[in-house]
Design a protein. Structure first.
Ligand code: C2O
Ligand code: CU
Ligand code: CU
Length: 508
């Protein structure tokens, strides 16, 4: 019998596609021009990206690309390190804090960090035009204007984002504020970050990216091994108490339909942009790439010794009938297509402890937008996402580094409604794909939407990414305050973004 990973290797799942994440071809040491500014940070951190070896499986270590961090000024708790994980350290700051972060690029490639979900100046947002070469440092300075929530950071070099995130470059960015603190939600050991990602590992324990080349770019990279916080065997040992689970779908392209294995509904307390007004119960939650949810998970009803799973349930993948897939059963993406059911993580109720908290009935105040509140209520900006001839397009245009169309110019302080449509099907794509649409710059609200997986979406809170399955459309509202400049919006299937399904919008 050969096991699955050996099979992958023997099937030749891209010996040539094994990620070459080794060593630096050259080490140029350019010192960052030390910046003179009157910005005085409350928190100063350094983040360094470089190749590293981690023990994921017995035997050979896995070469990854990894962020490591240090606190230069602030509190040690501003950075939380995940041992042996390929993920970056968790950054934890408070609203209104001024943060300076020195990003040192020790990768054998250009890179830049983007703060996903944070409302920062355009020059601090990690636009791909701002990539820095090997050996250089980019210094970020911004104030935390966001409300409390689970944000994250990852590279954004154009055409290489999928590759670099897949290699291990991603981390959580947690913000807290006074409103959240008053709630006394489960904290410290009861506040658990869970970053879910899928990967393909070969026989030598190495990551394999795009084993089928263009086919995998079209579907987005799908792995057959589900990792949580960088571990394929993630287990959570809990006591009979309430926990706060912060879940990020950090996958390049996989969609999860999350549920508890015993049928207990999920209690959702937050979305991409922080706490909901009140908790809501869901049979399941559909989470597209880059989306976050937070759960209140109360294990006090379970007997010690109970085991439970967080699972991803079957859904109609909507992208079958692939004209491009020559053989089935040969690679990770065929073994675990989008929509296939699997276990995400195992939970073991290990110890008895008395619960001291109860789920708050009210979590926060959210001012709900109405479409009528917007400056273009009768004339929503329309953005149509589809693939054509191996290019990712938005309104028929692919990404150009500095290009902004007439329909992509926005007035500062305007409140707008945008209509986002997944038009793969309408454009006659053989293999219509999901497009999780993400806006840099501002959190938004989903005010209307059509969709097949509708009952799994959590549209009640602030969002920065909205999943559109083939044929779906959503109307979102936001106000473009504080910062002018050029921000991205794009499909967060990272391979689609890399294929050009990304554009700039300009606030003036
Ligand atoms: Cu996580 Cu441009 O995005
Ligand atoms: Cu972003
Ligand atoms: Cu897409």
């Amino acid at each position: 019998m050969i096991n699955r990973r050996q099979f992958l290797y023997l099937a030749g799942a891209g010996a040539a596609s094994v990620l070459n994440l080794h060593g630096l071809p050259f080490a140029k040491t350019t010192l960052a021009a030390s910046k003179k500014s009157d910005f005085s940070p409350d928190v100063e951190l350094s983040l360094r990206a470089k190749p590293a070896e981690v023990d994921i499986f017995p035997g050979q270590p896995t070469t990854v690309w990894r962020y490591s961090g240090q606190v230069i000024k602030g509190d040690p708790s501003n950075l939380m390190h995940l041992d042996q994980s390929f993920l970056g350290p968790i950054i934890r700051v408070r609203q209104r804090q001024k943060v300076r972060i020195h990003f040192k690029n020790d990768l054998p490639a250009r890179s830049i960090i983007h703060w996903h979900g944070l409302h920062v100046p355009a020059s601090m947002d990690g636009h791909p035009k701002d990539v820095i070469p090997t050996g250089e440092t980019f210094t970020y300075e911004f104030e935390i204007l966001n409300r409390a929530g689970t944000y994250w950071y990852h590279p954004h070099p154009h055409g290489r984002t999928g590759h670099q995130v897949y290699g291990g470059l991603a981390g959580l960015f947690l913000v807290t504020d006074a409103e959240e603190e008053k709630l006394n939600l489960p904290n410290e050991g009861l506040d658990i970050p869970l970053v879910i990602q899928d990967r393909v590992f070969n026989h030598d324990n190495q990551l394999v990216y795009l084993p089928r080349g263009m086919h995998d770019s079209m579907t987005g990279m799908l792995g057959d091994t589900i990792c949580v916080n960088g571990s394929p065997e993630f287990k959570l040992s809990v006591s009979t108490r309430a926990y706060r689970l912060r879940i990020l779908n950090g996958s390049n392209s996989r969609i999860y339909k999350l549920a508890w294995s015993d049928g207990t509904p999920l209690t959702v307390i937050a979305t991409d942009g922080g706490l909901l007004e009140k908790p809501i119960e869901k049979k399941y939650v559909v989470l597209g790439p880059a989306e976050r949810i937070e759960l209140w998970a109360d294990f006090s009803q379970y007997a010690v010794g109970t085991s439970l799973e967080l699972v991803s349930k079957y859904f109609e993948p909507a992208m079958q009938g692939s004209a491009l897939g020559p053989r089935r059963g040969m690679t990770g993406s065929d073994m675990l297509p989008n929509g296939a059911p699997f276990s995400v993580l195992k939970i073991n109720v290990a110890t008895k402890e008395t619960e001291t908290r109860s789920l708050p009935r009210k979590l926060s105040e959210i001012e709900r937008y109405q479409r009528a509140d917007t400056d273009n209520a009768d004339n929503p900006r329309q953005f149509s996402f589809f693939m054509r001839h191996m290019h990712g397009l938005i309104n028929g245009r692919t990404f150009r580094m500095q290009e902004v169309g007439a329909d992509e110019r926005i007035r500062l302080n305007s409140t707008e409604v945008w209509e986002l449509a997944n038009d793969d099907r309408r454009m006659g794509m053989m293999m219509p794909m999901p497009h999780p649409v993400h806006l840099h710059g501002k959190q938004f609200q989903v005010v209307e939407r059509s969709g097949a997986l509708h009952s799994g979406y959590v549209d009640e809170g602030w969002k920065d990414t909205v999943l559109l399955m083939p044929g779906e459309r959503a109307r979102i509202v936001t106000n473009f305050t504080d910062y002018t400049g050029m921000f991205l919006y794009h499909c967060h299937i990272l391979e689609h973004g890399d294929m050009g399904m990304m554009r700039n919008y300009l606030i003036t």
